[in-house]
Design a protein around this ligand. Structure first.
Ligand SMILES: [Zn+2]
Length: 265
């Protein structure tokens, strides 16, 4: 049976409370208990016995690195929030504006670093590997900070800021150019009074795969879009296999990751 999971925006208070490592850069919450617990000894016991660990990570861990989320109170790019611009409708209506937004987000990442939380997860994966145990990061984040911290086993549920996809031929490729295209140089300022650059479509990032020339878009899952079925299958396999699931850095609840944690029981 093919399961279709769409990305939707749900505004909510935190489902999961921080139970471990608060104040040390690592916020880990356990989705498997009905009531949050701060029993560190019990956590250590569970952790020591676990063979296959899944870390489900969300925007909160990146916020610690100063990565803007464009969600919640004060989370604006110009006058918009992520759910206004990270949609196929917004891209169809004004691809220049949406590219400015993503150009800004790509450029911001050149100034950000993985934090102690990302590093601890990456180090944990390496240590566990030596003991024949596994750790996989399933992340909603598109900023690659887990990868830059050294995590190897990563599933990016919502794609990545540094991949593009052609709207004509579907070709996906890594793209780390800064700026991604000359017309975006100096554009994308986040201030509310910044001018819309109104870049003609032909000057936005275009596909050079086999002379296609189609308009490129960020290869990320926008609100209202379906998640990649292969990514979902991998996620399901990892969640079936895992015996401990840590939920890290979820402040607001973004589906589909949010649905995994409550079902863990
Ligand atoms: Zn193409």
């Amino acid at each position: 049976m093919q399961r279709v999971v769409r990305r939707v925006f749900v505004q909510s208070s935190s489902l999961f409370r921080t139970v471990v490592g608060g104040g040390r850069g690592v916020n880990m919450a356990e989705g498997q208990r009905a009531r949050p617990s701060s029993d560190l000894a019990a956590f250590r016991e569970l952790f020591a016995a676990a063979r296959n660990i899944v870390v489900l990570s969300g925007a909160g861990i990146s916020a610690e690195s100063g990565v803007p989320t464009f969600r919640g109170a004060g989370g604006f790019w110009r006058t918009w929030q992520a759910q206004d611009l990270a949609t196929p409708e917004a891209f169809r209506a004004n691809p220049s504006l949406v590219w400015e937004f993503y150009h800004y987000r790509r450029e911001v990442m050149l100034t950000k670093l993985p934090n102690a939380g990302h590093m601890a997860i990456a180090e944990c994966e390496q240590r566990l590997a030596k003991q024949g145990r596994s750790l996989v990061v399933i992340t909603q984040n598109i900023d690659e900070l887990h990868k830059r911290a050294g995590s190897k086993n990563i599933i990016e549920l919502h794609g990545c800021l540094f991949n593009t996809r052609c709207t004509r031929c579907g070709h996906v490729e890594e793209n780390r150019k800064s700026p991604i295209v000359l017309s975006l140089a100096g554009k994308g300022a986040p201030d509310p009074d910044a001018q819309d650059a109104r870049i003609p479509e032909e000057d936005l990032p275009r596909c050079d795969h086999g002379g296609c020339g189609g308009l490129l878009r960020p290869h990320v899952v926008w609100f209202g879009e379906s998640l990649d079925p292969d990514v979902l299958s991998r996620t399901d396999r990892e969640l079936d296999k895992c015996d401990l699931c840590l939920v890290v850095g979820t402040s607001s609840v973004v589906y589909p990751a949010a649905m995994y944690a409550p079902m863990w029981g």
